[in-house]
Design a protein around this ligand. Sequence first.
Ligand SMILES: [Mg+2]
Length: 196
Amino acid sequence: MSKGRILVDMDGVLADFESELGRRWAELWPDDDFKLYSQRTRFDADQKSVAIPDVQSKFYQIYTTPGLFATFEPIADGRGLEAINQLLTKDYDVRIVTSAGSQVHAFGEKAEWVMNHLGREWVRRLVVTRDKYFIDGDVLIDDRPNACKDEDSSWQQIIYDQPYNQQVDDCPRLSWGDGDWLHTIEQTVAQVQASR
Ligand SMILES: [Mg+2]
């Protein structure tokens, strides 16, 4: 039996979505200052929070481009990939849980990314769903704020540290570059299991 189930989001936690977004943005709109987007203080950008003309429509133009999701580099020089492999060797049941929205091509691209960077064993551990509360687990590591406020979920969110989620102060927080990540996960899993 596993020591617990750890759900791990993909974009912004394992896959470096923002760097590829910035690269493509600079190619398409070289006059925009992408730093205004990458240094935003909220997860979702709108015209009020990010002073780039047509920021939302430009974002969606890139976001919906076929092929995008297979091109991301691993985050933190691959330390996230090493971390989830380490969790498996410690007898945790680890699943990658990611949303592909309604873009049919993104489902395959996400599986392709996992195959390329983690291998076949991990393709079997991939769950693609927009509704992460459906999936049972002890913790969900995710960069999107407020996943932990969903009353129907069985898991506790651990927020993956990013500039755009600094306002979240009611979740444990980790980054793969931070030496405490394993302790944060193990402690949170133990707390969740003890509270059931
Ligand atoms: Mg994410």
